[in-house]
Write a protein that binds this ligand. Structure first.
Ligand code: ZN
Length: 213
């Protein structure tokens, strides 16, 4: 499968067109974001992040989160932050108004019930958004977080991950990795490669709470 460039690193024009979206870190520090938790791999994934002293922003699937609340508590207790990745992980740009309310606003309330604290950030599944999606995110009091470096770890192909990170990583990048079945075989090597590049380029990893705003 051939992936076009804009898919892994959205062009500047698109970013300018949607200034209300967070595409980059607010500081000269790289942010690590992880999508699709919780899973039965989450604990191992947290160990790998600990090894590299990374605090990440986890965008969690709310339906799964209800069933695995203990995993979310572990994510928080190990110093990470949690954001909203919708209830059912469908392409939001294909949904009607009522469905959007459930996926974006009701999901926030359900997630806040589990966490006992406020949820400020939302990432649309597959990065799929339109004006209606952005409007609902804003109405719900959340901010939409996209990225400028999609690692491509969900391809299970480490070569793609290395190419994307080498090509697109900047000192203020928002990077995306996944906690799912396709990415888990290469998660450890993907994060090691990211940290190697960050060290080589003289960059730093930042705290999600300080870098996303
Ligand atoms: Zn996802």
């Amino acid at each position: 499968m051939i992936y076009p460039k804009f898919w892994f690193s959205p062009p500047g024009l698109l970013r300018k067109f949607y200034p209300e979206i967070i595409w980059k870190s607010a500081k000269k520090e790289v942010v690590v974001t992880i999508d699709d938790s919780p899973s039965d791999f989450s604990s191992k994934l947290l160990d790998i992040l600990d090894l590299h002293k990374i605090h990440a922003m986890f965008f969690v699937k709310v339906e799964e989160s209800v069933k695995h609340a203990s995993v979310l508590r572990e994510i928080l207790s190990r110093g990470h932050k949690i954001g909203n990745h919708s209830i059912t992980h469908r392409r939001l740009s294909t949904l009607n108004h009522d469905e959007l309310k459930i996926e974006i606003s009701s999901s926030k309330e359900r997630l806040e019930d589990i966490l006992g604290s406020g949820v400020k950030f939302f990432r649309p599944p597959y990065g799929s958004f339109n004006r209606a999606v952005l409007k609902e995110i804003k109405l719900s009091g959340q901010k939409c977080v996209m990225w400028d470096v999609l690692s491509g770890d969900y391809t299970s192909d480490l070569k793609i991950v290395k190419k994307n990170i080498s090509r697109y990583l900047q000192s203020d990048s928002v990077t995306v990795f996944h906690d799912n079945k396709k990415s888990r075989n290469i998660f450890e090597e993907s994060i090691s490669f990211l940290m190697g590049q960050i060290f080589y380029l003289g960059y730093r990893v930042g705290e999600p709470a300080e870098c996303l705003n």
